[in-house]
Design a protein around this ligand. Structure first.
Ligand SMILES: C[S@@+](CC[C@H](N)C(=O)[O-])C[C@H]1O[C@@H](n2cnc3c(N)ncnc32)[C@H](O)[C@@H]1O
Length: 189
């Protein structure tokens, strides 16, 4: 499952990384890392501490083996709704192909806002509802969102101006990556 997720998520990961605008010492959180491909890209792009959270025991176990030599990487088995992380600990946070599974999206966005420093940037990458509906699997355990739904979640959680970037690939055909900075610092503007 991990390698398959890595393959289909490749373009989404690239666009998400661009949206994060990583700086050399940024500390970064990824929620729902699956196969861990984006974690590897983040580790290569920054020298800061990197944390990954995933709810799945096998995914976390696999990532622990894959990244056993990376002392800067800290992996947690936890749900996005209750991050086992301190307040204002991160410069950047991201989540790719994960939002569909959040049982309480407002709670997850509040958790992202809590663990980000003021001015810290969050990027959420997903297939919008009209795209996912083309695939019959969406009927099983997926919560669907259009871009404006996710934009509203950002605003309600205390993030600033949302910027978006569309991307396309073979699967998914079309995806959207939205990002915004947590309000509370001059550089949010
Ligand atoms: C479709 S996979 C995406 C993995 C990777 N981001 C990618 O795009 O290839 C979704 C991942 O989110 C994890 N996940 C699902 N619900 C979660 C939750 N509530 N909190 C944290 N992780 C969750 C799953 O275990 C899985 O690894």
């Amino acid at each position: 499952m991990g390698p398959w997720l890595n393959r289909i998520g490749r373009k989404m990961n690239r666009v998400t990384l661009e949206q994060l605008d990583l700086q050399p010492h940024d500390s970064v959180l990824e929620v729902g890392f699956g196969g861990g491909e984006l974690l590897a890209m983040i580790l290569a792009a920054t020298s800061g501490e990197v944390h990954g959270v995933d709810i799945s025991k096998p995914m976390v176990a696999r990532a622990r083996r894959r990244f056993r030599r990376h002392e800067r990487l800290h992996l947690h088995r936890a749900s996005a709704e209750a991050l086992p992380l301190p307040d204002a600990a991160f410069d950047k946070a991201c989540s790719v192909n994960n939002i569909y599974f959040w049982s309480d999206p407002a709670a997850v966005m509040a958790e992202f806002a809590r663990v980000l420093r003021p001015g810290g940037r969050l990027a959420i990458c997903f297939e919008p509802a009209y795209e996912l509906r083309k695939w019959p699997g969406h009927e099983h355990g997926f919560r669907l969102y259009e871009g404006h739904d996710v934009q509203r979640l950002f605003a309600e959680a205390g993030f600033g101006k949302v910027r978006g970037r569309w991307g396309s690939g073979r699967k998914p055909d079309r995806f959207l990556c939205l990002s915004a900075a947590r309000l509370g610092a001059e550089r949010d503007a």
